[in-house]
Design a protein around this ligand. Structure first.
Ligand SMILES: [Zn+2]
Length: 497
């Protein structure tokens, strides 16, 4: 007799993603969907005994830079093995289209990889469906990529013709089902945009459910003005807002998150849908050229978007031309070359070009906790998939929140932490029928041992899978079983609901 269900998971402690306390339950899956939750009579074609384990919706990584990685490394092991079943790509102004500027901005992370070609965001999403990775992919439209296409790297405001060229790029993405539009206002070329340019482009999304996500103009001394600018863009354009990697960067700015969160609360009280994402670490990671350009090594009180970065607080993550430098600190090169920090950094950047990615220790643990506790915060890895020594957030963001901050330090309950990675982002990014363990929802699921789940990736040894994760399912297909990737690639492009 054929069984009614393809898979039944029994004896799991089910965290349904809504933030409710867990209940012991059984879950039946048919095809790509959850068909029943509760007591399941009869046997499934396959069964998983999840005794001693928790079952949750698959995690949604709202802040990724995996636009090309999903083709270069389609098994996406660094995400799948931490329980991520959906990646939102295209953050910080770096989108997947148009193809040429996208390759200029993102291609450097994947030297030698074969990346297919596409036209527009519609073409990108179709390419994902044609050659799917192991997880689902939703895309943001990049402002930087659009600007590069419309006006090259011109260091000035746009004119009317350039604005309308950018508008057309955003409109194509919105129509194709992109989940929003992102800016990177500390980066080339986004940093030359006036607020009005961003408002005009965000307005293309008005009336749709697409949102505005921003790596803001300043996360240091000018953090509060940057928050105000971001909120203004959302309010004037009439769209929801997502603040990327909410933080106060640079020792001289520690503590400012209390004021930035107060601005977020005030905007929410006025009715704006503004939320943020965060990776649970005190170090960030970005392009070395941007660290230099934003004044991190300059003398004097006024610094740019990152605050000050001492040479011994900067680690080399990806150095495509000198991989032997990866894992070393800038201070070692100051000594080796007898140069001050800025000059040593410039020498590294000129030898390496745009592919140089670094880790900067710029945040306060107390601020990280303050932001994580706040109800506006969801989880996003901001992982940069490049180099031998990437920031460990690429591998371990979600287990670190669950193990360290929820279980061990009790900063959040386990159900609240899971909500911030599942139903909360699914609702915000309009990912239909995802983010809950509920009948009719897609079977994107994670099974883990709540007593054992832990991040073990470190700055010295970042490419390590977390502990305690047992199974990961994407669209009903098992992509990790007993802690091992199965090689299955059932991911899909997700178009905005
Ligand atoms: Zn960013």
């Amino acid at each position: 007799m054929a069984s009614e269900w393809d898979l039944v998971i029994r004896n799991a402690l089910v965290y349904d993603g809504s933030g409710s306390p867990p209940v012991r339950s059984e879950v039946a899956i048919k095809g790509d969907r959850i068909s029943q939750v509760g007591t399941i009579g009869g046997a499934g074609a396959r069964e998983i005994d999840a005794r001693g384990h928790a079952l949750a919706p698959g995690f949604i990584d709202v802040h990724s830079h995996d636009d090309f990685a999903v083709f270069a490394t389609p098994e996406m092991d660094f995400k799948v093995m931490q329980g991520v079943t959906t990646d939102v790509v295209g953050n910080c102004g770096m989108g997947a289209a148009p193809y040429r500027p996208a390759t200029a901005m993102i291609g450097g992370m994947h030297p030698g990889a074969h990346i297919p070609q596409w036209q527009g965001y519609g073409g990108y999403l179709d390419a994902v469906d044609r050659d799917p990775p192991s997880l689902n992919v939703a895309a943001l439209i990049g402002h930087g990529t659009a600007r590069l296409a419309a006006m090259g790297n011109a260091r000035r405001k746009c004119d009317a013709a350039e604005l309308s060229a950018m508008r057309a790029i955003v409109a194509e993405g919105v129509a194709a089902g992109a989940v929003g539009f992102s800016t990177g206002l500390i980066y080339e070329p986004g940093r030359y945009a006036a607020t009005e340019e961003v408002i005009e482009l965000a307005r293309v999304m008005a009336g749709s459910t697409a949102l505005y996500a921003s790596h803001m103009r300043d996360e240091a001394a000018g953090l509060l003005d940057a928050i105000r600018e971001t909120i203004r863009i959302g309010e004037e354009a009439g769209v929801a807002v997502e603040i990327s990697h909410h933080k106060a960067s640079g020792r001289e700015n520690w503590g400012r998150v209390r004021d930035s969160l107060a601005l977020v609360d005030a905007a929410r009280a006025r009715g704006l849908d503004v939320t943020a994402d965060q990776y649970p670490y005190t170090a960030g990671s970005t392009i070395l050229a941007a660290v230099i350009q934003n004044g991190a090594f300059d003398d004097g009180p006024a610094t740019g978007g990152l605050g000050k970065v001492p040479a011994d607080k900067l680690l080399f993550a990806a150095m495509p031309k000198h991989p032997e430098w990866e894992g070393l600190r800038l201070s070692a090169f100051c000594e080796r070359w007898n140069l001050p920090a800025r000059a040593a950094a410039e020498r590294v950047a000129s030898e390496e070009g745009a592919g140089a990615v670094v880790i900067v220790e710029t945040m306060d643990e107390a601020d990280v906790r303050t932001v994580l506790k706040h109800p506006s915060t969801m989880i996003g890895s901001d992982g940069v998939p490049a180099g031998a020594k990437p920031h460990p957030r690429l591998y371990a963001t979600f287990p670190r929140v669950l193990g360290r901050y929820a279980r061990d330090e009790k900063l959040l309950t386990m159900q609240e932490a899971i909500y911030r990675m599942t139903a909360m982002p699914a609702r915000k990014f309009h990912l239909a029928d995802r983010g809950l363990v509920r009948e009719g929802y897609f079977a994107d699921l994670v099974i883990f041992d709540p007593a054992r789940i832990a991040d073990i990736a470190t700055y010295e040894n970042p490419r390590r899978y977390p502990e305690g994760l047992s199974h990961v399912l994407v669209n009903g297909t098992i992509v990790a079983r007993e802690g091992r990737h199965t090689g299955a690639r059932p991911g899909r492009a997700l178009r905005r609901a």
